[in-house]
Design a protein around this ligand. Structure first.
Ligand SMILES: NC(=O)c1ccc[n+]([C@@H]2O[C@H](COP(=O)([O-])OP(=O)(O)OC[C@H]3O[C@@H](n4cnc5c(N)ncnc54)[C@H](OP(=O)(O)O)[C@@H]3O)[C@@H](O)[C@H]2O)c1
Length: 231
């Protein structure tokens, strides 16, 4: 979809999360799509204006096939879904970060979606000895195999954001990398707002190939190419 501005339809998985919220702000402020559907496990309170601008489909991810209608008729699907092993346990992490994502991608494709944008992670590799990176590698491969016209995989490094939920290791990494980012801005981290702007950029101008994998530095470059709101 080279020119989404003002028309078309998209859905967002994970709109209540750090990246998802930043993405939703971008989508609404830029009015990129005529129809924006948030697919999540709970209804979100977004304020009157935003709530009027989006549709919300509350789904049971354990019975996703019963919610095919939520994935019907979208041009673009954004996936910022994810949990942690600490939060969900090993099996729960695999279920959310791989199985829910792949099932949603399949339903979206069946519903006519042409461009799927998946937020994965730096280092994703299905052969990795680390569960997190292995599952990210697996989900990348499985989503690619769904056969979208365009599939864009984002591989951000550590996300810089203001998270309310307590994730001590991530908090320490963010504090440290926030300082490092002043010297090496694109090397080890990326603000969620930059990721969101890069997602907008890639939808407006998808690459030539069917599958595109964007590493952290490219995410920074793409994010910078889209003017910030209010500038
Ligand atoms: N944190 C990092 O530094 C980092 C770096 C690289 C890549 N990533 C990846 O980037 C993606 C987005 O990360 P983020 O930090 O922006 O996400 P986040 O803030 O943790 O939000 C995750 C989203 O997934 C949803 N979710 C979680 N568990 C769920 C479940 N069991 N059923 C249904 N929905 C569920 C959440 O919904 P609720 O609000 O309902 O819980 C929320 O919308 C993740 O895949 C993550 O692994 C993260």
């Amino acid at each position: 979809m080279a020119a989404a501005a003002g028309g078309g339809s998209c859905f967002v998985l994970g709109a209540s999360g750090q990246t998802g919220r930043a993405l939703l702000r971008e989508l609404l402020a830029r009015r990129l799509f005529a129809r924006v559907t948030l697919v999540g496990r709970r209804r979100l309170s977004l304020g009157e204006e935003a709530e009027a601008a989006v549709e919300q489909a509350v789904v049971d991810f354990e019975r996703l096939s019963e919610h095919a209608a939520a994935f019907q008729g979208h041009d673009v699907g954004f996936c910022c879904l994810g949990t942690t092993r600490a939060e969900a346990g090993e099996a729960g992490f695999v279920r959310v970060d791989r199985d829910y994502v792949v099932q949603a991608a399949e339903l979206a494709r069946a519903g006519g979606c042409r461009h799927f944008v998946l937020q994965s992670s730096r280092g994703a590799n299905r052969h990795s000895g680390f569960l997190y990176l292995r599952v990210k590698g697996e989900v990348e491969d499985l989503v690619q195999a769904v056969g979208f016209d365009h599939c864009t995989i984002f591989r951000p490094a550590v996300l810089l954001c203001k998270r309310e939920e307590s994730r001590p290791a991530e908090w320490v990494a963010q504090k440290f990398l926030g300082v490092v980012a002043r010297v090496f801005p694109t090397a080890y981290s990326v603000p969620v707002e930059t990721v969101a702007r890069a997602m907008v950029a890639i939808v407006l101008q998808p690459g030539e190939g069917k599958v595109e994998v964007l590493e952290n530095k490219t995410i920074h470059e793409l994010g910078k190419a889209v003017p910030q709101q209010g500038t």
